[in-house]
Design a protein around this ligand. Structure first.
Ligand code: SF4
Length: 357
């Protein structure tokens, strides 16, 4: 089997923290996060969504705590979740104190909206006592007024806001920080993270906020997160979609796989051209579906003609090249047997099963 090629860039060395036993930063693999969309007061529904995200391969999950009434439910969610749970809190510092006490593996907050340095100090003290890190997040949509006046809503203002938050937390003696700088557009998100990363060794959580729906959102997230990861920047990622958390997780994992940061199967399928004599799409689709349950780093090629197929896919572990009524199966670019076209996908999956360790 092809050994996965390590990415040819240096990863930025960041300080490591632990989120409920999941290492974040340092040399740890880039982790994938999502956020539940259920009412946190409904523990059943929230746990169901967490379990479905866990089945899709998520490492960490974040849950909003909008009011004190959901704290009992949050405690139960933390106790029963198969993954570390991060508490997302705005404005009410007392919710952060309670979340730290009731099982949160990390707090996500904006130090600027907790009501002053004294309250922030209490929250950081509670996080220290619980042994949990804190993510401070800058959002382009809610920058401090003085920075907006000085810079406008740009990447420099975002990076400066993040540096200010970090200095405030560190000034209070708290070091276990993770930082995020998010905008809804890619250029500002990328530039703000670059500016911050050049000045700090704190681990970075990447995401393009409010990315939206469907293909547009996936592309915007993949370009924003992927650009930074390809520069070695970023320790954990969240793809924000107006969709199910499991979809966010699948997208996050695919971004990591595309960059060679997460081992997994790769489907190479040709775009077809005038040489192709079959409808290749359903064949490729059947194989794509089958690969969703495969974890091994296998490269599978589905090619539309026997002339160029095997040669073009010579780096694949296994593949097929479709002719008019039949397809040839190949391994490592060499033909191994011929099968009727209707059985091609099943035959290729049989070959794949033989490769399993
Ligand atoms: Fe065309 Fe064959 Fe290349 Fe596919 S593999 S694009 S069918 S030449």
């Amino acid at each position: 089997m092809n050994a996965p090629t390590p990415p040819p860039w240096q990863r930025r060395v960041s300080r490591g923290v632990s989120v409920g036993g999941v290492a974040l930063g340092g040399n740890a693999p880039v982790s994938v996060q999502t956020m539940t969309k259920t009412d946190t007061g409904d523990a059943e529904a929230t746990l169901t969504q967490i379990k479905s995200a866990a089945a899709a391969g998520v490492d960490l999950v974040r849950v909003a705590i909008p009011r004190a009434e959901v704290l009992d439910s949050f405690e139960r969610i933390c106790a029963e979740s198969p993954l570390p749970v991060i508490a997302d809190i705005h404005f009410d510092y007392r919710l952060a104190l309670e979340a730290a006490r009731r099982g949160a593996a990390k707090l996500r907050l904006n130090p600027g909206n907790l009501g002053g340095p004294e309250r922030l100090a209490q929250v950081l003290e509670a996080a220290s006592a619980a042994g949990i890190p804190v993510r401070v997040g800058v959002n382009a949509g809610s920058l401090p007024k003085d920075l907006l006046e000085q810079y406008g809503p740009c990447a420099e203002a975002m990076a400066t806001a993040a540096q200010r938050m970090v200095a405030e937390a560190q000034g209070l003696g708290f070091a276990d920080l993770v930082v995020s700088l998010k905008a809804s557009d890619v250029p500002r998100t990328v530039q703000a993270n670059r500016l911050f990363a050049a000045e700090s060794d704190l681990p970075l959580h990447l995401g393009v906020t409010e990315a939206g729906l469907g293909q547009e959102a996936l592309i915007r997230s993949a370009v924003g997160i992927g650009t930074l990861l390809a520069e070695g920047i970023g320790d954990t990622i969240r793809v924000s979609l107006t969709d199910d958390p499991a979809e966010e997780v699948r997208a996050g994992r695919q971004i990591l796989q595309a960059l060679g940061l997460l081992p997994g199967p790769v489907l190479v399928s040709c775009p077809t051209c005038g040489r192709c004599q079959v409808d290749l799409r359903p064949v490729a689709e059947e194989i794509r579906q089958a690969l969703t349950s495969v974890e091994q780093p296998v490269v599978v090629a589905v090619m539309g003609c026997e002339v160029n197929g095997p040669g073009e896919a010579r780096h694949a572990d296994i593949g097929l090249a479709a002719g008019k009524d039949s397809a040839v199966l190949f391994r490592g670019g060499k033909i191994v047997r011929r099968v009727p076209i209707g059985e091609a996908a099943a035959a290729l999956l049989e070959e794949l099963a033989k490769l399993s360790p």
